[in-house]
Write a protein that binds this ligand. Structure first.
Ligand code: HEC
Length: 148
């Protein structure tokens, strides 16, 4: 009996905490986009490259993030936001004109390396977003273009 009672209390406590943390919503306010500052625009990427990079990288590395429904549910939302803030901080394709020539060259090489090693897009993202997975040919295409 006592054990049952404890389990129930635990469940109630869990639900209460879950309900409470929902008050801490993440900031998803849209950021103004200037198409002329965009990486793919500035670098005059061919159509295939545009589509691949937008699909596989832009959710975390641009200001054009598409937020899934579960981005409304804490603590998953905090975890997503961490990826986005961290990703944008390191590399933001929407603010490409804010990088020096040297920085943008480095970021292109780093991107090619990340794709080559299969580190980007990150694994958990690829599991959920099937469309972001890159085939070997698509990876070769991106690496070739990024390193040119
Ligand atoms: C789910 C979010 C997400 C996606 C999608 C994603 N990235 Fe990342 N990326 C990150 C995060 C988070 C980091 C920072 C990792 C760290 O250093 O802690 C990062 C780091 C990087 C870095 C390293 C930058 C530096 O200076 O260290 C490069 C380059 C990069 N990503 C390129 C890409 C490319 C190219 C794609 C698409 C093929 C991509 N990423 C897709 C989240 C993402």
């Amino acid at each position: 009996m006592i054990q049952k009672f404890n389990k129930r209390n635990l469940l109630i406590a869990f639900l209460a905490v879950f309900a409470l943390i929902q008050f801490k919503v993440i900031d998803k306010s849209p950021i103004e986009i200037n198409p002329e500052s965009d990486f793919l625009m500035i670098e005059q990427a061919p159509k295939e490259v545009v589509e691949l990079i937008q699909t596989s990288c832009y959710d975390c590395h641009s200001n054009l993030t598409t937020y899934p429904w579960y981005s409304n549910i804490a603590p998953v939302s905090w975890w997503l936001k961490g990826h986005i803030d961290n990703g944008r901080g390191k590399l933001n394709f929407s603010e490409w004109d804010s990088y020096s020539l040297e920085e943008s060259d480095t970021l292109k090489v780093k991107s090619a390396n990340m794709i080559e090693k299969n580190w980007m897009p990150i694994l958990t993202y690829k599991i959920i977003h099937k469309e972001s997975r890159l085939s070997d040919e698509q990876r070769a295409l991106l690496i070739g273009w990024l390193k040119k």
